[in-house]
Design a protein around this ligand. Structure first.
Ligand code: ADP
Ligand code: MG
Length: 293
């Protein structure tokens, strides 16, 4: 784990802010963290749009302090799946979520759970960097201001930018409009914006697909650094990326057994190394070796 002075802040801020309905247990010291403690337990998850299923009966546990990759051909439901983890599908008209997802053992879709709170704890970074048309500083300060975080805003902003490996590049231009940053910097800014509100989980839906290889490499390094403090779920269509950064890989494929090419199911879920070197499933093998997809 990368320990610097700036990394201690989030733990402190988290203690100051008790969470009302979604209790995140205090983060134990790294050495005490069981390697496979689930943060999410997904059971029989089916998501439909206007009554037509896009993913069906997904069962999967997501481990804490792990990078979990969701891979599979375009249209098989990766974005649909990752959006379930922070209830973003609630915002899509016609989307229906069935089955259950437990988050730290609590029903993520329970009636007492506030979806806004969910999206604070479980942040999301999108394919295309989407900074607000505001200054670098105001982008990062936005979330903390909305939720009224305690403490000096300057240090909250600095800490988040440092954690996202962007501070040194922007510390002298915090008042510049975020649009003046490069694509890779904008994506790190979006990660900083997500980190600023002290999330527990970071969801990333193809976060590098709009970036060049150098910017991609920086985001990948950052992900690996962040996983000691956060749990990360990433959708990627880049096999090398999944192989490089993730600990676990879930392979989503059209449900051909059921004769339904439009519905995604998980055909294999295992340690990333196993998925890429010795998969159990023939379709996984064809996909990761580039024979299909
Ligand atoms: P992937 O991210 O793997 O490319 P998606 O989750 O985006 O796949 O899409 C899975 C299926 O769900 C596709 O058939 C897609 O057309 C459909 N879908 C995705 N989002 C919506 C939406 N907002 N409304 C209707 N259908 C959607
Ligand atoms: Mg997608």
């Amino acid at each position: 784990m990368v320990e610097t002075g700036t990394l201690k802040g989030p733990e402190k801020a988290r203690e100051q802010k008790p969470i009302s309905t979604l209790d995140v247990p205090g983060r134990p010291k790294k050495a005490m963290r069981p390697s496979a403690e689930p943060i999410f337990e997904v059971r029989k998850l089916t998501v439909s749009y206007d009554g037509k299923p896009a993913i069906r009966e997904i069962d999967l546990d997501i481990g804490r302090n792990r990078i979990t990759a969701l891979i599979g051909p375009s249209g098989c439901g990766k974005s649909t799946m990752i959006r379930c983890f922070n209830r973003m599908n609630d915002l899509i008209l016609g989307a229906q979520v069935e089955g259950s997802i437990l988050y730290h053992g609590q029903d993520l879709y329970g009636p007492a759970v506030d979806p806004v709170e969910v999206r604070k704890l479980i942040g999301m970074v999108f394919q295309k960097p989407n900074p607000f048309p505001k200054s670098i500083y105001d982008n990062v300060a936005f979330g903390p201001r909305v939720i009224g975080m305690d403490g000096s805003m300057d240090s909250i902003v600095e800490r988040a930018l440092a954690r996202a490996a962007l501070w040194n590049e922007v510390k002298d231009r915090l008042k510049d409009n975020a649009y003046r940053l490069s694509g890779g910097q904008q994506q790190r800014l979006c990660i900083a914006r997500c980190l600023a509100v002290e999330p527990d989980v970071i969801l990333m839906d193809e976060p590098c697909s709009a970036l060049d290889p150098i910017a991609t490499g920086r985001i990948e390094d950052l992900m690996v650094e962040l996983k000691s403090d956060y749990s990360i779920v990433i959708v990627t269509h880049n096999m090398q990326q999944a192989a490089r950064v993730s600990d676990m890989t879930a392979v989503l494929m059209p449900d051909v057994e059921a004769g339904d090419n439009a519905v995604g199911r998980i055909v294999e879920y295992d340690d990333t190394e196993k998925i890429f070197t010795n998969p159990e499933n023939k379709r996984t093998e064809d996909y990761v070796t580039g024979r299909v997809g």
